[in-house]
Design a protein around this ligand. Structure first.
Ligand code: VGL
Ligand code: ZN
Length: 205
C-alpha cells in the first residue's frame, strides 16, 4: 500500500510568500495529477506560533538565514512564516485536497523547530504520523512538496528510519538551495531511499 505525503504546500512557501521557495508553485499541478495514483494521501502543514524560536525576529541582532545554537543544535533562522491561522499558513488554493485524508501539523512547539512530518528536529516528540501510516497498512511512502532540501528531505529521512520503503519524487519538489538538495538526495540514497520522477508513477513502464 502506497502513501503520498504532500509536504508544506502553503502560501508562505510559494513565490510571493514570506519564505518563498523558488518556483515552489510549480509542484502543485503535478501533485494534483499524482494523488489518484495512491492508496492514501496525507499532507503536512508548517504551523508556528507567533514568535517561534526558528524566526530570526525572535533573536535580537540576527538576520534571516543566520545559524545559531538552539537547545544545543544548529538552527537556521527563518523569516517569520506559516504563523498559525494566517493566510500564509493556508494550503495553496490550487492544491486539490479532496483526497487528503489527514493533515499533520508541525512546528507548533514555540521552542523547537520541526522539518519532518514525523518528529521535531531533536527527535523528542512524535507527530504520530508513522503509527497512522502503519495503521492504514502503508509500507511504501512517497514524499514530495516544499522545500526539497528541508521538510521533504527530513520527512523522507525519518520515513526510512521508521522502516518504510521510501521514495522522494524529485520533480514534484523544489528546494530552497539547489546544492543542499543535491546533498540531501545523495544522503537519502545512501540510507536506502530512492529518487523517482512523477512520470514513473503516472505512466509506469
Ligand atoms: C520549511 C524552513 C522552515 C519547509 C519549514 O517546509 O521546508 N523550511 N520551515
Ligand atoms: Zn517553519
Amino acid at each position: 500500500m502506497k502513501a503520498l505525503l504532500v509536504i508544506d504546500v502553503q502560501n508562505d512557501f510559494v513565490p510571493g510568500g514570506a519564505l518563498a521557495v523558488p518556483a515552489g508553485d510549480e509542484v502543485i499541478s503535478l501533485l494534483n495529477e499524482l494523488q489518484p495514483h495512491f492508496d492514501l494521501v496525507v499532507a503536512t502543514q508548517d504551523w508556528h506560533p507567533h514568535h517561534h524560536k526558528s524566526f530570526a525576529s525572535s533573536h535580537a541582532g540576527h538576520q534571516p538565514f543566520d545559524v545559531v545554537k538552539l537547545h544545543g543544535a544548529d538552527q537556521v533562522l527563518w523569516p517569520d512564516h506559516c504563523e498559525q491561522g494566517t493566510a500564509g499558513a493556508d494550503l495553496h488554493k490550487d492544491l486539490v485536497t479532496n483526497k487528503i485524508e489527514a493533515i499533520f501539523r508541525k512546528g507548533t512547539d514555540p521552542e523547537i523547530d520541526s522539518y519532518s512530518g514525523f518528529f521535531d528536529n531533536g527527535h523528542q516528540k512524535s507527530t504520530g504520523l508513522a503509527d497512522y501510516l502503519r495503521g492504514k497498512g502503508i509500507n511504501q511512502v512517497y514524499v514530495a512538496g516544499l522545500a526539497g532540501d528541508y521538510c521533504v528531505y527530513f520527512t523522507a529521512k525519518d520515513a526510512l528510519q521508521e522502516g518504510f520503503d521510501t521514495f522522494l519524487i524529485e520533480d514534484a519538489s523544489r528546494p530552497i538551495d539547489p546544492e543542499g538538495f543535491e546533498k540531501a538526495k545523495e544522503d537519502l540514497q545512501r540510507l536506502g531511499g530512492k529518487i523517482v520522477q512523477s512520470i514513473d508513477l503516472l505512466h509506469p513502464s
